[in-house]
Design a protein around this ligand. Structure first.
Ligand code: NIG
Ligand code: FE
Length: 411
């Protein structure tokens, strides 16, 4: 592998110190943003001073650029089949998500599409999305099952997620979202029995559950926590998305690694969450497109939460794959700083996936997942809708160059 020397950047974004597992957002101002270089060799970051004249070093011109860690999307629903643009039109016209779900749309509609699609069809759609994610700087992403809605369907979804990981450039992890909607013809308690039997047959590192009036209740969340603990898996949970269920205390008591959505977080649950070793995963595109309230992002950051931002890429609530766009939404909606948003899509997101020792920040010895932005980091939220990603390095290899930026990389 040719050593890479990425040189002369206006900004290199590094953690305040090496070895941090996460950066609580009340410390995000301490992220170091300084001019400099990044050098990679053997797929790892080896230093921050341009390589001395050497034969076989590939030099990349980073003038005018910001160099940031590869982005980590810690909450997506890849792989899934098809889209639900018809539902978006209904929601825009004022029909709530829960009503669409009760009428047979929502997750059940995507489950039917998933059952009807062949494996190759599902994988091709997911590969195209992964390529789009890469072009927007995502070098690591998590995917979930959840559209299988039967024992065989969920195992198929997890097998396809694993196959996707083999086919894409990115580092991937998968989560078994075994309690997403109550499968047709089953009841929630009976389905949790099935989940308990299913978990040992999966290799997913985390389990997930959707707690909502149209999905599962607090007792099921508690049970999923017990199943996760008994099987050595992390617990993650979709909570407080459309209504205030008081799921967070239950999730914290169960030792959840993350609680995701939080648009309807109860004010009394904010401080305990911020103090816990549990990430608050905010999904601003799902809020914006899904008529959800705005999660209390500013208060969570001020209280020192392990804040994470993700796309929630899925065909229902968030058909969005761009983390730069998510940063733009978060900065505006939560009144976050750019540093807070960057910590939330890099190191903190890596911690949720238990990859923080390997990637998520620019540190010597970590995997060389590096993104060049075409402007200083302050432009990312400001130029909303512009893709600022000029070039992407994954595992020390240049894996994407925006066509107008080809001049930065010698042949
Ligand atoms: O994260 N809320 C539950 N799960 C997804 C939506 C899934 C769907 O509508 O297809 C979410 O918003
Ligand atoms: Fe989700």
């Amino acid at each position: 592998m040719t050593p890479l020397s990425i040189e002369g950047a206006a900004q290199v974004v590094r953690p305040p110190e090496d070895g941090l597992p996460y950066l609580r957002l009340d410390r995000a101002a301490q992220l170091r943003v300084e001019p400099g270089d990044v050098v990679a060799d053997g797929g790892r970051i080896v230093g921050f001073e341009a390589a001395a004249a050497g034969v076989g070093v590939r030099r990349i011109d980073a003038s005018g650029c910001a160099i940031v860690p590869g982005f980590v999307d810690a909450h997506t629903h890849l792989p899934f089949a098809g889209w639900r643009a018809d539902e978006y039109a209904m929601k825009v016209a004022g029909r709530p998500y829960e009503e669409i779900a009760r009428a047979g749309g929502g997750i059940a509609a995507s489950a039917r599409a998933f059952a009807d699609a062949g494996d190759e069809e599902v994988l091709e759609q997911a590969e195209l999305l992964a390529a789009e994610m890469l072009a927007h700087g995502t070098t690591t992403f998590e995917g979930k099952s959840g559209y299988g809605l039967s024992e065989a369907g969920e195992l198929r979804a997890l097998a396809l997620a694993a196959e996707l990981g083999e086919r894409v450039v990115q580092t991937t992890t998968s989560t078994a979202l075994l309690a997403h909607a109550v499968p047709p013809g089953r009841d929630a308690d009976g389905w949790m029995d099935a989940v308990e039997a299913l978990v040992p047959q999966t290799v997913a590192t985390a389990l997930d559950i959707y707690v909502e009036s149209v999905a599962f209740g607090l007792e099921h969340l508690e049970r999923m926590g017990a199943i996760a603990a008994a099987n050595g898996r992390d617990l993650r949970a979709h909570v407080e998305q459309f209504s205030t269920m008081r799921s967070v205390p239950v999730a914290l008591a169960a030792g959840a690694r993350s609680v995701d959505h939080l648009a309807c977080l109860h004010p009394d649950d904010l401080a305990p969450l911020a103090a816990a070793e549990c990430a608050a995963v905010l999904l601003p595109a799902a809020e914006l497109l899904g008529d959800e309230r705005v999660a209390p992002g500013r208060a969570l950051a001020d209280a020192g939460a392990i804040g994470v931002l993700a796309t929630d890429a899925n065909p229902g609530t968030s058909p969005v794959v761009s983390l730069p766009l998510i940063v733009g939404l978060a900065v505006r909606r939560y009144r976050w700083t750019v540093r807070e948003a960057l910590a939330a899509i890099t190191l903190n997101a890596a911690w949720v996936l238990r990859l923080d020792g390997e990637l998520g920040s620019l540190e010597v010895g970590k995997r060389a997942d590096v993104v060049l932005l075409d402007a200083p980091i302050e432009h990312v939220p400001y130029r909303l809708g512009h893709n600022p990603v000029a070039l992407v390095v994954a595992g020390g290899e240049v894996v994407h160059v925006r066509p107008d930026q080809a001049w930065r990389v010698p042949a």
